[in-house]
Design a protein around this ligand. Structure first.
Ligand SMILES: [Zn+2]
Length: 345
């Protein structure tokens, strides 16, 4: 894969977490003499001392380089979103869907601040779109889940979709609460996805029965079972693949073992995601390049972007605008195509 070709493709990051403390650390380190947290060394150490799988995921969630309370400052809240959006947009992203937590969603100023960050990045990258996706962690329990559901309904038209996470994550969980929430929110127009099949095949079947589900996050362990692959293919849902994350957290032993290529060959739609790009030291451009390393050619990488736009939780008019942007590239990934893309600014 020619790196120049990869750089031409308008990209979509369908699966990126907000990483509030790591982002704030990065933002604050720019205005102070201290260095930002060294995630490169940290992740190398973490991989050396922690067995692959869910324990690495827990370690990742346990490090907060700066106090999360700083996020209360509206300017810092905007600045950490600008950091995420501009990193993605500079790397060719036209859309990112950001996983946000309950603290963000409960802020009365959440959507105005999120849109302000998007506006600032659009001054330099006019085609860029960002959408917030609310993470529902089902271990919060019924009462808290009901309360968060009300918050989402209050923000209807602001929060684009819902992403379910549950416990146990790598063994069969009880999905009844998720089904109830998904049924209600999908009927109100929210997109539905779920973290599933990252470290085991458990829960994939249950997730596929969820009302309104159109995507799953990770999902790669489905490759262990032809029957699950069949079910996913027949359902038409898209699999959000996070290649670097899957390697670093040990969901696959090495990149070459990742089933993205096999899934595509079976007609399963796939998208790409950075998952936790600060902590895992990646970018969306690097993820497209890695997919290229796994044998996805120009046309297939373009299809990844086209399918991701289609499966995104954007409103239809915004999807149509992004489709128009991608169309010239279908006639050849050329420097001329890129110029047309840029002159359309
Ligand atoms: Zn994730």
């Amino acid at each position: 894969m020619n790196p120049d070709t990869v750089s031409l493709i308008p990209k979509v990051d369908l699966h990126v977490h907000q990483e509030s403390s790591p982002r704030l650390d990065r933002v604050l380190s720019r205005s102070t003499p201290r260095e930002p947290f060294d995630w490169q060394s940290w992740s190398a150490d973490m991989i050396a001392r922690t067995p692959p799988g869910i324990e690495r995921l827990r370690e990742l969630a346990s490090v907060h380089p700066v106090p999360q309370e700083l996020d209360q400052d509206p300017e810092l809240f905007i600045a950490r979103h600008v950091d995420l959006f501009s990193e993605a947009a500079s790397d060719g992203a036209v859309l990112v869907e950001v996983r946000c937590g309950r603290k963000s969603v409960r802020r009365p100023d959440f959507i105005p601040l999120f849109r302000e960050a998007e506006r600032r990045v659009r001054m330099h990258h006019p085609h860029f779109h960002a959408e917030p996706v609310m993470m529902f962690k089902l271990w919060y329990g019924e009462h808290e889940t009901e309360s968060l559901m009300s918050e989402c309904l209050r923000l209807a038209g602001g929060v684009a979709g819902i992403d379910f996470v549950y416990e146990p994550y790598d063994r069969e969980a009880d999905w009844s609460l998720a089904y109830r929430v998904a049924d209600r929110l999908s009927s109100e127009g929210f997109g539905i996805t779920a973290h599933v099949g990252e470290f085991s095949t458990a829960n994939i079947r249950s997730a596929l029965k969820m009302p309104g589900l159109s995507r799953i996050g990770h999902g790669l362990q489905a490759a262990e079972s032809p029957e699950l692959l069949n079910l996913i293919g027949e359902s038409g849902i898209l699999v959000e693949c996070c290649l670097t994350s899957n390697v670093k957290l040990g969901a696959v032993r090495e990149l070459e073992d990742h089933p993205i290529r096999r899934m595509m060959d079976l007609g399963i739609r796939v998208g790409l995601g950075t998952d936790d790009p600060v902590q895992l030291c990646t970018t969306i451009g690097a993820e497209y390049a890695r997919a290229g390393d796994l044998g996805l050619g120009d046309a297939e990488l373009l299809r990844v972007s086209t399918d991701a736009v289609q499966a995104s939780f954007l409103p239809e008019d915004a999807k149509a605008r992004l489709r128009t942007l991608l169309e010239p590239f279908e006639h050849g990934l050329t420097a001329e195509g890129r110029k047309a893309f840029e002159s359309d600014v």
